[in-house]
Design a protein around this ligand. Structure first.
Ligand code: SAH
Ligand code: SF4
Length: 376
């Protein structure tokens, strides 16, 4: 199989060019075509001579993942289900707002961390995405923005789609390097956020290699209880995690963001809020309170509105910014990983069972949206 062109580093392009007796500076030109000019047909790289263009086409694969489904949400975001060459499904979400366009990318197909409240975790682990597959998501998003007639490109990238980015360290860091490279996407380090469930050695490594912004999926500040919902906590318990966070060189002194999914009766009490404030002591922190997205088959459910408000008030009164963030694109797919899981289920299903399920779903949709009054 040919290598994916988006997977090559600048140095690798240079080696390939040198082997062919070409000038190494052409690597910059190739990267500009791929990452800035949105051209993935090498025959159209017009500042290269024709034999070189033909050699590129012969030696590398320039295909982007296929968009298997695209769902538009009422809140303006769009969720995409992407299909790789080897038929793996992963998701990305474009989230526009007034001043920025944030793209939420996946780093793996599935995830091996097994958090009990997460649909991606329930999918299990299929494989890591390559750096090129991660970067393809930004290319596809920019292409979509152009198709919609917008002059804007993706300004911020968050690794909050499927997968645990620090469990795919090499590929994720290589992709981040291309995100900030001048001859590629040229984003600032403070516009790239890696969200992690808390892989301590990799957090320390990242601080040395490429300190982008960090978001920690915390969700619980009692060690025993955190281990119940996030098995990774058994390996890296809270005091060890806190030590790593105190030492993390966040860009522009922006501090660290904490994600706190609010689950009814699990982590939403006043006592939980008090423990959280204690845990955050000494860290420049912002907390995103995310009412849990329910998904089929999960016994856990969203915290009550009053509980979320009480929790938020407690943090705000102690000068910890704690906005309540409803997950974007909720109406089109609910929790992260849900779209991929649904499609995966369908792929695994007997076609006759699938057809029946779809008929039931269709009737359900028609009745819930009031287009038809009764089930025929
Ligand atoms: N694996 C990384 C990044 C992907 S998950 C991590 O865990 O940080 C992105 C975010 O979605 C995380 O904060 C995760 O805790 C959150 N999440 C997972 N399941 C959710 C659910 N059912 N409802 C709301 N947020 C959820
Ligand atoms: Fe993996 Fe993050 Fe989901 Fe946990 S919350 S299972 S780390 S994707």
């Amino acid at each position: 199989m040919k290598r994916l062109a988006f997977d090559l580093e600048e140095k690798e392009w240079m080696d390939w060019l040198l082997q062919r007796g070409e000038k190494p500076f052409r690597s910059k030109q190739i990267r500009e075509w791929l990452f800035q000019k949105d051209e993935n047909d090498p025959l159209l790289f017009t500042n290269l001579h024709l034999p070189l263009r033909e050699a590129l086409k012969a030696d590398f694969d320039f295909d982007l993942p296929v968009v298997d489904a695209r769902l538009e949400s009422k809140d303006g975001s769009e969720k995409f289900l992407l299909l790789s060459k080897d038929n793996q499904l992963f998701e990305m979400v474009i989230m526009p707002s007034d001043h920025r366009i944030t793209l939420c990318v996946s780093s793996q197909v599935g995830c091996r961390m097994g958090c009990t409240f997460c649909q991606t975790g329930k999918l299990g682990f299929k494989r890591n995405l390559t750096r090129g597959e991660i970067l393809s998501q930004i290319i596809l998003a920019n292409r979509r923005l152009k198709e919609k007639g917008l002059e804007r490109k993706v300004t911020n990238v968050v690794f909050m789609g499927m997968g645990e980015p620090l469990d795919n360290y090499e590929e994720v860091v290589a992709a981040c390097k291309t995100l900030i490279a001048k001859d590629a996407f040229h984003l600032s380090k403070s516009k790239v956020t890696i969200s992690t469930s808390g892989l301590v050695p990799e957090i320390e490594r990242l601080g040395k290699d490429l300190p982008v912004r960090l978001a920690i999926s915390l969700h619980q500040t009692n060690d025993e209880k955190r281990s119940e919902i996030m098995p990774i906590n058994r390996r890296y318990p809270l005091p060890v995690l806190k030590e790593a966070l105190l030492n993390y060189p966040a860009p522009d002194r922006l501090g660290i963001t904490f994600e706190y999914v609010m689950i009814k009766g699990v982590n939403d009490s006043l006592l939980d809020a008090k423990r959280l404030v204690h845990f955050l002591h000494g860290i420049k922190a912002k907390v995103n309170l995310i009412p849990m997205n329910r998904f089929p088959g999960s016994s856990m459910t969203t915290a009550e509105e009053e509980a979320v408000e009480q929790f938020q008030r407690y943090l705000s009164e102690r000068s910890i910014p704690a906005p309540v963030r409803y997950s974007r694109a909720q109406d089109v797919s609910g929790a992260c990983g849900q779209l991929a899981a649904k499609k995966q289920n369908e792929l695994d299903m007997d076609p006759r069972v699938l057809a029946k399920e779809r008929r039931i779903e269709d009737k359900f949709a028609k009745t819930t949206f009031g287009q038809k009054k009764s089930l025929e």
